[in-house]
Design a protein around this ligand. Structure first.
Ligand SMILES: [Cu+2]
Length: 571
């Protein structure tokens, strides 16, 4: 018995040692450099491995456990939908590789910038508690990573759920600089209710580079009409009608769709992420109901839908049972073109992928779409979603009113305004450096709100005077979504939901409507608050919260972050 125990111990020690080398032993087998295998690699990884839960058993959650990734950013020709153009690639692929860890781990993202411009990586939805300098926002939390330099983001992850990472520099993310970020929780209440996980990334796709599109959009001629996408992608794939492509384009009309293989009898957790520049999607799988269980890191009670609206930067997890006849089915991601300012030309708004049961021999799916009506350009009704665990929502201390509108600026360019002030990014002197330099007041065009009282409970009352809806994202927090109203409704504070609201980090304020968001100012940092429509970010619909500046100064930022300040250039 004694010797057996020794051998067991040695075995466990060797096992633990191997697992402490995540780059070699865990991530590399799943970060394929063959871009076309992206969908398959995700499926395979989730189909074959639950090792993240298993490896967690090797260590106490209070132990320091680091999970690191190397990402190399380049630009090159790529044809996600058969139309070739230059896009941003991460480790040679688009979308970028899966970054994942367990709740409680320290996540390290080593970025190598091989572009001839600067870049940043923002981990969308990560609170960055104690590490505000790693939020990855130029003009607010860091100077960009210069060309041919490396920079490491390193932060403790004390949350779990479905997230994504993307560049926050100019419009880089919409041209490919993005990927999924998943944080597993060994205590996830639904862990035993599904067999495997599948990530689904919904993206709108432009065939023209963002610089050209921005030049047009930010000119008087656009009258504020955003550029419409040329196509949409599911996990970086779709086909395109090449007769719509300009003469001389490299275009193949037979590009393959994404294909998801299911095993009959199994249950799946689909993690759905909308990484778009402009488009809201309605997601569905023919004949398969979707049980929502997670919204942006918050576990919810099961709520069954057939068609799931998902706006930019939002995420949902849904449970899907593979219990239908062994066939092929359409997965649908319907672009809500009704929300576009200008009608789209040469666009097929129905983006499809194939959901295929193992062992079926259909050629193509012949399934029909769900017919449930979904209201255009608004989120899934928050009142339908209930937290899995009840929470106590604190009472409000301070109300901050934020009014959103669009109007021509002094150059007659239609711009986004926050309380009548359009944001001008201060690339050369980002806010967090200012805080460390003891700057206490900020120029009006910085749209800075200073939160000085520790644990003050803040309500953002967001009023939208614009004729379009806006998916607003708050960095550094998840907010309680207390209420949302469409055009024509008035906010009644007594009717807000303070009993069982969901928490999320991105919510849509409807056209002409309002929304009320509550959060506790307990996370020292500079946190962006902006519409996630990339065109609107570029036209000034951005604010920032300078939260607990005195406490920020008690935190010690790393030297390489400080050094970025003097390296900033305009690109
Ligand atoms: Cu917007």
């Amino acid at each position: 018995m004694y010797s057996l125990k020794i051998w067991e111990l040695i075995f466990i020690l060797i096992g633990s040692f191997l697992l402490l080398l995540p780059n070699e032993s865990l991530s590399s087998p799943f970060t394929s450099n063959d871009p076309s295998s992206y969908t398959n690699f995700l499926e395979k990884r989730y189909a074959e491995h639950h090792e993240f839960y298993e490896y967690h058993e090797f260590h106490d959650s209070n132990e320091y456990h680091e999970k690191s990734y190397d990402i190399k950013i380049t630009k090159g020709p790529y044809a996600p939908d058969g139309f070739e153009r230059d896009i941003y690639l991460i480790n040679g692929q688009f979308p970028g590789p899966l970054i994942e860890c367990n709740k409680g781990d320290v996540l390290v993202i080593n970025v190598e910038n091989c572009l001839n411009e600067d870049t940043t990586i923002h981990s969308h939805g990560m609170f960055q508690r104690g590490s505000p300098w790693y939020d990855g926002v130029p003009g607010q939390t860091q100077g960009g990573i210069p060309p041919n330099e490396t920079f490491s983001y390193k932060f403790k992850v004390d949350q779990s759920g479905t997230y994504w990472y993307h560049s926050h520099s100019r419009a880089q993310y919409i041209e490919g600089l993005l990927g999924p970020l998943i944080v597993h929780d060994p205590q996830d209440p639904y862990l035993n209710e599904y067999d495997e996980e599948i990530i689904v990334i919904l993206h709108d796709w432009y065939h023209t580079d963002s610089k050209t599109l921005l030049a047009t959009f930010l000119s008087p001629e656009s009258e504020g009409n955003e550029p419409d996408p040329d196509n949409g992608l599911i996990n970086g794939k779709n086909s395109y009608n090449c007769s719509w492509a300009p003469d001389g384009s490299k275009c193949d009309s037979n590009a393959p769709l994404a294909n998801f293989k299911l095993v009959h009898g199994k249950t799946y957790r689909f993690r759905i992420i909308n990484t778009s520049a402009f488009a809201t999607f309605i997601f569905s799988i023919d004949d398969h109901p979707l049980d929502v269980i997670e919204v942006e890191g918050m576990m919810t009670k099961r709520h069954t839908v057939h068609r799931l609206p998902i706006n930019i930067a939002q995420r949902y997890s849904v449970i899907v049972k593979a219990d239908k006849p062994k066939k092929k089915y359409w997965m649908r991601s319907e672009m809500e073109t009704a929300c576009f300012a200008a009608p789209a030309k040469n666009l097929n708004p129905l983006i499809k992928a194939i959901v295929e049961y193992e062992g079926c021999d259909d050629k193509n799916p012949s399934s029909t779409a769900w017919s449930d009506a979904v209201e255009n350009c608004v989120d899934l009704n928050a009142e339908d979603l209930k937290p899995y665990k009840s929470q106590k929502v604190p009472e409000v201390d301070r109300k901050i009113e934020i009014m959103v509108n669009f109007q021509p600026n002094e150059n007659n360019v239609t711009s986004g305004y926050i309380n009548n002030s359009t944001y001008n990014i201060d690339v050369k002197y980002p806010t967090l450096y200012k805080v460390y330099d003891d700057v206490k007041t900020f120029d009006a065009d910085q749209n800075a709100f200073i939160l000085e009282k520790d644990c003050e409970v803040i309500d953002i009352i967001l009023t939208n005077k614009d004729a379009g809806e806006h998916p607003f994202h708050l960095h550094g927090h998840a907010f309680w979504l207390l209420g949302t109203g469409v055009n024509g409704t008035t906010l009644d504070y007594d009717k807000l939901n303070t009993e069982d609201p969901i928490q999320r980090d991105t919510t849509t304020v409807p056209a002409g409507g309002w929304t009320v968001l509550r959060f506790v100012a307990d996370n020292p940092g500079v946190w962006g608050f902006h519409c996630h429509i990339e065109w609107h970010v570029q036209s000034g619909l951005v604010a920032q919260f300078v939260e607990l500046p005195d406490k920020i100064k008690e935190l010690n930022p790393p030297e390489d972050w400080k050094a970025l300040k003097s390296k900033v250039k305009e690109y």
